[in-house]
Write a protein that binds this ligand. Structure first.
Ligand SMILES: [Mg+2]
Length: 398
């Protein structure tokens, strides 16, 4: 059974928000404050207003906006910078102190799911249009109608369990560079009863910088926010330390093509993604999130006494360094003179992997780089000399 309510403590209803703004303003601002606008909205909900009045109201609200819009939380809501700061602090403090939760922002495409236009599906994918729910190995395939187009969306393996369990530790938000219509349709699919996201669904329409995601549209302190996204660069530089990068999920042919992958997609293979041990990437990242959450709330030596002063970005940094420092293979490779990285880019010459099916392994082959198994490093270490790559091929794991 899904647990209820990761809804923002302050923002889950309009009365709380009005109360919050009243306290902050001491009610001395008499001239058309945000508070008055919200109260007018309340009255408007009770008394039917005319279309003209609604249009005027919307204009007034717009004129009061500071430029950072929070319309996704309450239609037409704009807040000034003081109000934003106070809401951020109060929201995060309540979450940390009373709910023992952090914030988690979730990207959609290639992180939680994969979508394709129905028109773009290959001949070998057509079976999905009629067998979506009957073929149990391909559950969680949905046809979605958005204005003007039809999509097929496939959830990443383990996604529903991930959302349920992550919502016990985090207040979850969606943030996609897709359109508002798309974001809302996806939110409906992922959270039909609106118990998980509580309206925190952000699309490119809310972004304050073109083609960039930023935490400035979130009512949460940056120090208490984690982001799960397959693309770090889409985030403003200030927020990139909050990002945990997910390996990209490609299910459909069009998605593979978009990223230059020529391998046969899972949709046509009638299978689905798994890690080298047959598990799910979202299960792995859930473990990591549990670990981060536990360190943040329990490790006083690392994070200090006061919850409010703690910074989850430091926990991430610490864990990344720990992995790099303690992984024996990594250490061994460095002793042999290699420069190691967890990311692939054109400067990479070799990728060490145990399974040829991973995204990085596929990228390596397609880029014409060397793909070798871990024994390549062990043997080089033992023999005190570099080994021929051909002798250490990386195979498919079953
Ligand atoms: Mg993405």
């Amino acid at each position: 059974m899904m647990s209820v309510a990761t809804v923002s403590p302050i923002l889950h209803n309009i009365d709380n928000l009005v109360g919050f703004l009243k306290r902050g303003r001491g009610q001395q601002d008499s001239d058309c404050s945000q508070l008055e606008l919200i109260e007018r909205r309340k009255r408007r909900n009770i008394i039917e207003t005319t279309t003209n009045e609604e249009a005027r109201f919307a204009d007034e609200e717009k004129s009061r906006s500071s430029g950072v819009r929070f319309g996704y939380l309450h239609k037409g809501l704009g807040l000034n910078h003081d109000e934003i700061d106070r809401l951020r602090n109060d929201n995060t403090n309540i979450l940390l102190l009373h709910h023992k939760k952090l914030h988690l922002v979730l990207d959609l495409d290639h992180t939680l799911l994969n979508s394709t236009f129905l028109d773009n599906m290959s001949p070998d994918e057509q079976y999905l249009k009629t067998q979506t729910q009957s073929d149990h190995s391909l559950q969680h395939v949905h046809i979605v109608n958005t204005p003007g187009t039809q999509l097929m969306t496939k959830f990443r393996p383990y996604m529903m369990t991930f959302l349920m369990q992550a919502s016990q530790m985090f207040e979850l938000s969606i943030y996609t560079m897709g359109s508002r219509d798309y974001a809302l349709e996806m939110a409906k699919l992922l959270d039909p009863r609106n118990q998980i996201f509580g309206g925190r669904v952000i699309s490119r329409s809310e972004s304050t910088k073109e083609d960039r995601k930023g935490l400035d549209v979130l009512l949460a302190r940056d120090s208490a926010v984690l982001i799960l996204d397959d693309t770090k660069d889409v985030w403003t530089v200030d927020n990139q330390d909050n990002v945990i990068i997910m390996p990209r999920y490609h299910f459909f042919r069009s998605s593979c093509q978009q990223f230059g992958l020529s391998s046969k997609p899972y949709s046509e293979l009638k299978t689905d993604e798994c890690d080298r041990y047959g598990g799910a990437y979202l299960a792995n990242v859930l473990q990591l999130l549990r670990h981060v959450h536990s360190i943040f709330f329990n490790e006083i030596e690392i994070q200090g006494w006061d919850l409010i002063d703690r910074d989850v970005r430091l926990v991430l940094k610490l864990l990344q360094k720990e992995v790099a420092d303690t992984h024996p293979l990594w250490k061994m490779a460095e002793q042999l003179g290699a420069i190691c990285s967890t990311q692939v880019d054109p400067t990479v010459t070799h990728v060490v992997a145990a399974d040829a099916r991973t995204q990085k392994s596929r990228w390596t082959v397609e880029e014409g780089k060397f793909l070798v198994n871990p024994q390549w490093i062990h043997t080089a270490n033992f023999m005190w000399q570099k080994q021929p790559e051909d002798s250490f091929p990386c195979h498919y794991q079953h």
